[in-house]
Design a protein around this ligand. Sequence first.
Ligand code: PEP
Ligand code: MG
Length: 325
Amino acid sequence: RQEQFRALRDVEPVTKDGKRIRLQMNAGLLVDLPQLAESGAEGIGLFRTELQFMIASTMPKMEEQEAFYRNVMKQAAGKPVTFRTLDIGGDKVVPYFRAAEEENPALGWRAIRLSLDRPGLLRTQLRAMLRASAGEELKLMLPMVTEVSELRQVRGLLQKEIQRQSKSGEQLPRKLQFGAMLEVPALLWQLDELMSEVDFVSVGSNDLFQFTMAVDRGNARVSDRFDVLGRPFLRMLRDIVRAGDRSGTSVTLCGEMASKPLPAMALLGIGFRSVSMSPTAVGPVKAMLLALDADKLGEMLNVALDDTKSQQPVRELLTAFAAEH
Ligand code: PEP
Ligand code: MG
C-alpha cells in the first residue's frame, strides 16, 4: 500500500466531482522536512514552533530561532510553511520555563495567553520569523485564541517589529499572511469579526473537541467517550466553514481528525477544501478523495446533520457511504 500511495504523490488532489483540495502536512522539527517531498503535501499547514523549545535545555535565542526558521523554509524548497507562534503550557511542557502548578493546565496560562503576558518572548519570536522570511512570504498563526482582541494585540506587536526591521534597513517579507487557530469554542460567537481580522483560520480540532465536549484530550478514560463524527461537533465545524464562505476567508483544519480517511472524508463533505495532517496520512487521504463525490456526500451529510429526530450515528452513515462508493 505504501507503494500505491507513493504513486499518487504527484497526482493533483481533485475529487471525482472536480473539487480541488489543498493537502498540507504538519511538522515541528527539521527531521520532518524530507516528508514534504516524500508525501507530496503542498506545504506545511502547521509548523509547531514549540518543538524547538521543548527539546532545548535553555530558551533558544533569537538568532537560533531565526536560523531554525530559515532552515525550515530552505528545506521546504518554495512550498509554503505556516509557522505557529509558541504553544507552550497545557500538555506542552518546556522544562526551563517553569510556571506555577496549575489545577487545569489545559485551561490555564498557555499559548497566546502566555505570549501576550511575556511580550518580550513573543516579540523575539516574531522578529526571528520576520528576519527568516526576508524577501519571502511569511505565514504566521496564533494558537488558542479566545477573543478577537488578542489578535489585535499581537498585530500591534508585529507592527512594531516590522517598523523596527524596516528602520534598520533590513529586508522585510514580501508578503505576510496573518492567521488564527480556532480551538476555543468562544470564537464561534465571534466568527464574523474573526474572519474580517485575519487572512486565514485554521481549526485545531484536537483542542476544539476537547473544549467543546469537555473531555481531556490526554485522558484515555474519557478521550474516546464522544465521537468527532457526532452531530454536535460536525455541526460546529460546518458553521465555521459557512462563516469562511460568507466572508471569503480561507478555512483549513490541522487537527488529528484530518489524518484519518473517514473523518477527513466527513470534513470534505461539510465543505472543507483545505486540510493539514500528519505526513503519513497524505497518501491515504488523497486516495480517498480521488474517489469521492464531495457534493453527493455533502447532500447526505447535511440531511443527517439537520435531522433532529434521528438516533443513527453519523459515523455509521459515513461508513456506509464510504463502502458504497
Ligand atoms: C489542535 O489542537 O488540533 C492542534 C492542531 O494543535 P495541537 O495539537 O498542537 O494542540
Ligand atoms: Mg491545539
